[in-house]
Design a binder for this molecule. Structure first.
Ligand SMILES: Nc1ncnc2c1ncn2[C@@H]1O[C@H](COP(=O)(O)OP(=O)(O)OP(=O)(O)O)[C@@H](O)[C@H]1O
Length: 290
């Protein structure tokens, strides 16, 4: 299983939303990170063939996708950023409709509806109209639609944005479970949702893929540079002007700031970096909480 993106670029008018993007997906979970407007949805739409690329080549199993589009699309499950379902349908009717459109045999379709709705805890809401769903229910319903035909490739644009903490865990577990025989690309702003489930990270900045690698490879960029510094609120107000600070906490009334100390100028306990620190390093400049 291999999906290759080579020299991919996308121009909207004069503006390049993606430039010379190169990566290869095999099986496992890939997290696509980047700030608003960095090109994540553009890239996903191109991978789903909803948008024409301006430059480059997409290869599925070593074949140009345009030469095997039907076979490719049969293997693809896509969940867009905003829910798009027939709101007057019940979830059962909507999923049945999607399955029929995909040519799924009826018995397999019914079995899959049962399986996927159970996995996202929507079995009890199958006969309810989608219009009456909450935001989080709609998001899980969209995930059901993407998973329904058991595709090999899953492309998910912000799949957890609307979910409460428990449902986030549910979806993380589900994605880990199904990733064994799939490639899953997840675009998200919620770094903590993917930090420990993604096998690889792809990081976009202004349409350019600036980093790609495993969690360990990325946190190595900040080896020895993340410190927990004991401070006071007064001190903190002045040193937050000079350093990027990823979090603060109180321990026994003592304020502790988690600081990116790139030039090794601060006294403090060196701690292991996480993907949030890496994100702050790549995008945050000098950024402080509070
Ligand atoms: N249809 C379009 N026409 C013109 N410009 C567009 C179009 N769609 C996106 N863009 C621009 O392309 C750039 C990338 O947008 P895109 O939606 O891919 O970013 P994103 O990383 O998905 O952002 P977000 O995190 O906010 O969803 C932005 O500058 C955006 O304004």
């Amino acid at each position: 299983m291999k999906l290759e993106v080579r020299n991919c670029g996308k121009q909207y008018g004069e503006q390049w939303a993606l430039q010379d993007v190169n990566f290869t997906l095999t099986h496992g979970i890939y997290a696509l990170l980047g700030p608003n407007g960095s090109g994540k949805s553009t890239l996903m739409n191109i991978l789903c063939t909803l948008l024409e690329k301006t430059t480059g080549t997409l290869l599925w199993e070593d074949k140009e996708i345009s030469t095997c589009e039907n076979a490719y699309l049969q293997q693809l499950g896509y969940m867009p950023q905003t829910p798009c379902m027939y709101e007057d349908f019940t979830l059962f009717n909507f999923l049945s409709y999607m399955g029929v459109m995909r040519g799924m045999p009826k018995s397999f379709l019914h079995q899959r509806i049962e399986e996927v709705t159970k996995k996202v805890e929507l079995t009890d809401a199958l006969d309810k109209k989608i219009r009456a769903y909450s935001g989080g229910m709609k998001q899980r319903a969209m995930l059901c639609a993407a998973l329904l035909h058991d595709p090999k490739i899953l492309i998910l644009d912000e799949p957890t944005a609307e979910l409460d903490p428990l449902k986030r865990i549910l979806v993380q577990k589900l994605l880990m479970e199904v990733s064994k025989d799939k490639m899953i690309l997840i675009a998200t702003h919620v770094v903590s949702d993917v930090e420990f489930i993604a096998d690889q990270f792809l990081i976009l900045k202004k349409g350019v893929l600036i980093e790609q690698g495993s969690r360990l490879a990325l946190v190595k960029l900040l080896d020895g540079k993340v410190k927990e510094v004991k401070t006071t609120m007064e001190e903190y107000q002045s040193f937050k002007q000079q350093y990027a600070i990823s979090s603060i906490r109180y321990e026994h009334e003592q304020l502790i700031a988690r600081v990116l100390d790139l030039d090794d100028t601060l006294e403090g306990e060196v701690v292991t970096a996480n993907i949030n620190d890496v994100y702050l390093h790549l995008f945050g400049e000098k950024y402080a909480v509070l």
